[in-house]
Ligand binder design. Sequence first.
Ligand code: HEM
Length: 509
Amino acid sequence: MVSFCKVLLQLQRTMAFFLPLVLPVLLIVFSSYILQLLRDSRSRLPPGPWPLPLLGNLHQLDHLPHRSLAHLAARHGPLMTLRLGAVLTVVASSPDMAREILRTHNADIAARSIGDSMRAGGHCENSVLCLPPRHKWRALRRLCTAELFSPQRLRATQALRQEKVVDLIGHVADHAARGASLDVGRSAHAAALGLLSRTMFSVDLDPAMAREVSDIVDEASVLAAGPNVSDFFPALAPADLQGVRRRMAKLVKRMYAIVDEQIKQREDSLASGEARKNDLLDVMLEKEGEVEEESTYDKSHNTIRGLFTDLFTGGETTSHTVECALAELLQSPDSMRRVQEELKNVIGTKPQIDETDISNLPYLQAVVKETLRLHPAVPLPPYEAGSTVEIQGYTIPKGAKVLINIWAINRCPNAWVEPDKFMPERFLGTETNFMGRDFHLIPFGAGRRICLGLPLAYRMVHLMLGSLLHRFRWTLPEGVEKDGVDMRERFGLALSLVVPLHAIAQEMH
Ligand code: HEM
């Protein structure tokens, strides 16, 4: 009893000490909350859920924000306002709203909203993914489009991709011979990285380094898109309370060192009189100065390091698409039979599919479209309003974060029959495409910042998936067959599956 009284006394003293501090803080928080509500009610923001003081609507998001935002949009509308901590955020969740933002108002909403982690190691100043829509971003996009992704360049590099697909098939055949199950995503990712490194540097990364790049991309993807206090309360960003920027800086440093090694080897070989290889690295070494603003060009090769890091990151999206396509087909035997029949009829006994075959494979194309519709690898690209914009009577203020919920848009119930069902047939005989013109199917985004790698991704996904389906019969391991494939997603810069798809391949012929 005596000690209880002591504790009470102590508590009373502590309260007496802090009370004068706590009350003003509470008063400031409460009055700024009321002021903010008053300001919001006058500024014709799109509707949205009621925010809490300080937290805003953070409590309404879970670890899969594209899904929780779709859920909220069903209640509050296709253009919705949220407060994510201190950040005013507008979310577009319908094809019409995506068209308004990415076509009608794209000149005003073309900057990226950059997470604090992307500032690590100065990466966002070198990254085409992050740069504001000014000279350097435009120059980098122009250069990549001309030197990497133009139809001529893609035709010229076709053999490189073919070789990498042969390697992938060999890897799967080896598993098939042993009756071992295959980690589909990891194998496809290794193939995608191999292809990218050949296109950029004309060499394969050695297996240990390829594995390291794959791990770095994986970790960076989750770090960059995970919840970070610095992103919700920018005033706290310098403190980096969760250490996200610090951890990301290590990954950026390592990726830049890997690129540096390639730059050094190339500079040495050019200095010793070896011929140019005419790949992206040669072009970048020659034209880096044109991309930089003159005042900031210091020949440190930061632009090459940043660009190649971004391109490597893009590889993960193609392997995720291949993995999801196979997962859906394994659960949809009719679609699997149809796509394999089409391959048998069109490709026949030719040992390998090549990219010119894609246009003769409408069902395979429909499978890819349906996979990208249901499982867009980048479900929530973030933008920032460069100036105040009016959309259907609502205001998006300058500086607001704008999210395009591609995941929700691709499943819009007004645009699609049975939107959650895997039905490749829905695309047969239609012109609907994902090139950014049909706003109910925008897995690559649309407008000025539409995915830079789209032409390459298109070829890679069809080629890898078509080859895997043409050469092998696929089944699920016993336990998985019984319980069904676990399609739970893990959110990152690119989505991935929580439980990687394992499948068993058997040679077809
Ligand atoms: C199936 C595969 C892919 C999907 C679904 C995909 C999707 C996307 C999406 C949705 C965006 C954002 C667009 C927007 O803001 O409106 C994007 C941007 C981008 N993608 Fe892809 N992507 C894929 C493959 C690739 C590949 C293979 C590369 C490179 C080798 C790549 C490089 C980029 C870059 C550099 C950007 C940033 C463009 C900018 O901000 O200007 N992507 N992608």
